[in-house]
Design a protein around this ligand. Structure first.
Ligand code: ADP
Length: 191
């Protein structure tokens, strides 16, 4: 079973993906995590994307599609959870083609609905907690980048809601419910 978790920054995609990895032996494919790893490892690609990411803008389709393509080649375990990908219509089309090439299907797209105020609070808190724990906040977890990330979501990513609705595999859930309730809603969809 291969699924997409769709929703704005701070919707809780990563948290829920983590639970699915544990409970269903699925593989989490987070392009955000992959890009942050590239950033810290100092590869050419990492250097190229760092500024764009820190500003809160989207990196090019070509880069993220390349990252996903590499990951689809190995062991598929309980299936893939696409977390933070696709984020544009071009990425969605590319994903459909990649899955078809490896004989896989897209089984569900779960839209995690939340409102902007909650998102801002969650992300600001996430940044504070990281600092309080002695770490550093994500470079893009500040108010300015967050505005850009939200705008990128509404302009570039939210059209995917209509796209997957038309394809017939979209289900929306309430992302404001407790983590356990959200987990249960997802579980009900996956069966
Ligand atoms: P969040 O969902 O909290 O915004 P992510 O970890 O998913 O965070 O992504 C962080 C940043 O990485 C994005 O703001 C963007 O710059 C880049 N990024 C991640 N995934 C994609 C993607 N599929 N397409 C383009 N850029 C991406």
């Amino acid at each position: 079973m291969n699924i997409i978790l769709l929703g704005p920054p701070g919707a809780g995609k990563g948290t829920q993906a983590g639970r699915l990895v544990e409970k269903r032996d699925m593989i989490q494919l987070s392009t955000g995590d992959m890009l942050r790893a590239a950033k810290t490892s100092g590869t050419e690609m990492g250097k190229k994307v760092a500024e764009v990411m820190d500003r809160g803008e989207l990196v090019t389709d070509e880069i993220v599609i390349g990252l996903i393509r590499e990951q689809l080649e190995g062991d598929k375990k309980g299936g893939f959870i696409f977390d933070g990908f696709p984020r544009t219509l071009a990425q969605a089309d590319a994903l459909a083609a990649l899955l078809e090439d490896c004989g896989e299907t897209l089984d569900a797209v779960i839209e995690m609905q939340v409102n902007d105020e909650v998102l801002v609070d969650r992300i600001v808190n996430r940044a504070k907690e990281a600092v309080a724990a002695g770490g550093t906040a994500r470079a893009d977890d500040n108010e300015e980048s967050l505005k850009v990330r939200l705008m990128a979501y509404y302009k570039q990513t939210s059209p995917l809601i209509g796209y997957y609705h038309a394809k017939g595999n979209l289900t929306a859930i309430d992302g404001l419910a407790s983590m356990e309730e959200v987990e249960a809603s997802i579980s009900a969809i996956l069966g």
